[in-house]
Design a protein around this ligand. Structure first.
Ligand SMILES: *Cc1c(COP(=O)(O)O)cnc(C)c1O
Length: 414
């Protein structure tokens, strides 16, 4: 990055500081990861210079002889990896991709049914501060008060009484697996489309450690930058019959020209995700989450739903007498990065909720295993127990820095 340093030392220095932070901290935000150097190189390539509105073979600009080949390769890789009939690789990110799906298949005011945000759902699933909750009629199902799991009978009852035009399955803070088959049955019973938003779990599905929605859903949306370990972007997978509507909704419905540098980087990530090593990665992500959950349970932490089946954990800190935001901030000072999060039926407000959310995708990309998860669990316990003791937190921060340096992160130079 010598040229960046020369032209813009101010931004160069901040990027370098962020890089050091990513090297020296234990990153437990479940939606974050480390991409490979190959993905970074495609993202930073000259493809950023290019305009190519339209789709391969049907562009509104000349000069697409290489871009068409790139996008076609990426589409074919995605179709093969997920077993999908049709794939659109142009969405800029997950939220616009979801908006494109709704635009394609719903009329304004149609019922859109998703998991409620405080129960682990995503803003773009019809929450009221999002366009999705204003342009369409939001309907929300919740998790069970005792088990913290999706209550499929409640979903069925609600679908029958509210008659949504689309049901969404998928979440950002749900530590258990989804039964896509039941969701598919419910959607068919009420004549709704089923959208599976697998943004968080796409990499686990590819690795075979989470059930696959493709046989049951009309549309599958995923971001490419979470467990899939690609650049920031998204893809929409769908059945052939609705492909024209989906494509039209992405462009020209919601977006302009595709980000070709991102498209190419998605292709690199898909190639990497097709490897046997990636299967091992996905398995280890889940094993690590279980190991971290076990360590936390053994130390008296209460976990939403009692544990995890996937890559993430939500801790209910109520019994520790610490609120989520304070815990997340203290952990960050100790070099352990996570986010504060609501818990189901949280008595506290969303900007100061009772929980924190942790995930293992990024630390697993650095080669950490169960033994390291136990160490991380012990640090979390120590920080929460000594939350006001800056001496203890500073000592842990030093240990975390030294520990993190032993696990080179893909894509970063150490
Ligand atoms: C992350 C996420 C999104 C949105 O992705 P952005 O790229 O941040 O817009 C949508 N749905 C789910 C379930 C997600 O986890």
């Amino acid at each position: 990055m010598d040229e960046l340093e020369r032209v813009d030392p101010e931004l160069f220095n901040l990027i370098k500081q962020e890089e050091t932070y990513q090297i020296e901290s234990v990153r437990l935000i479940p939606s974050e990861n480390y991409v490979s150097r190959a993905v970074l190189q495609a993202t930073g390539s000259i493809l950023a210079n290019k305009y190519s509105e339209g789709y391969p073979g049907r562009r509104y600009y000349e000069g697409q002889q290489f871009i068409d080949q790139i996008e076609t390769i990426v589409i074919e890789r995605a179709k093969r990896l997920f077993g999908a009939e049709h794939v659109n690789v142009q969405p800029y990110s997950g939220t616009p991709a979801n908006l494109a799906v709704y635009t394609a298949l719903l009329k304004p005011g149609d019922g859109l049914m998703g998991l409620a945000l405080p129960h682990g759902g995503h803003l773009s699933h019809g929450w009221n501060v999002s366009l999705s909750g204003n342009f369409w009629r939001p309907i929300h199902y919740t998790v069970d008060r005792e088990t913290h799991r999706i209550d499929y009978e409640q979903v069925r009852r609600l679908a029958k009484s509210e008659r949504p035009r689309m049901i969404i399955t998928g979440a950002t803070a749900y530590p258990r697996q989804f039964d896509f088959k039941i969701f598919g049955e419910i959607a068919r019973e009420v004549g709704a489309y089923l959208l599976a938003d697998i943004s968080h779990i796409a990499g686990l599905i590819v690795a075979g450690v989470h059930p696959d929605p493709v046989p049951y859903a009309d549309v599958v949306m995923t971001t490419t930058h979470k467990t899939l370990r690609g650049p920031r972007g998204a893809m929409i997978l769908c059945r052939k019959e609705i492909a024209p509507q989906i494509d039209k909704a992405v462009f020209p419905g919601i977006q302009g020209g595709p980000h070709n540098h991102t498209t190419a980087a998605i292709g690199v990530a898909l190639k990497e995700a097709s490897s046997p090593e990636f299967k091992n990665y996905g398995c280890q992500v889940v094993r690590n989450a279980k190991a971290l959950a076990d360590e936390l349970l053994a130390r008296g932490f209460q976990l939403v739903s009692g544990g995890t089946d996937n890559h993430l954990i939500v801790i209910d800190l109520t019994n520790k007498q610490v609120i989520g935001r304070k815990a997340a901030q203290a952990l960050d000072r100790a070099g352990i990065v996570c986010n504060y999060n609501t818990i189901p039926y949280d008595p506290r407000k969303p900007f100061s909720p009772s929980g924190i959310r942790l995930g293992t995708p990024a630390v697993t990309s650095r080669g950490m295993k169960e033994q390291e998860m136990r160490q991380i669990g012990a640090w979390i316990d120590k920080v929460i127990a000594r939350i006001d003791d800056e001496t203890v937190i500073a000592r842990i921060a030093g240990e975390v820095r030294e520990f993190s340096r032993q696990f080179p992160a893909p894509g970063l130079i150490q």
